[in-house]
Write a protein that binds this ligand. Sequence first.
Ligand SMILES: [Zn+2]
Ligand SMILES: [Zn+2]
Length: 81
Amino acid sequence: MARLACLPCRKAHTRCDGFDPCVRCVNRNQIHICSYLNRKKREPVPSEPENPGDSKLVAELFEGTLDMDLFVSSVIEDLSN
Ligand SMILES: [Zn+2]
Ligand SMILES: [Zn+2]
């Protein structure tokens, strides 16, 4: 059974009681270097799957292209005048 050991204890291949700071580091007056890597970190969220809100936005954009065509043609009319 692998027990959680602090970094100094791991380097020294010493038994560690797993406290924070552990007894060995306290006895050696090294509580400032007593740290653990095994603590679970919050993993960064991987790229999220497509948002339903986004696809709704895209749909609205596609609907908007009809108006966009009118807008563009009107601008072209203005330019040709
Ligand atoms: Zn230790
Ligand atoms: Zn320690």
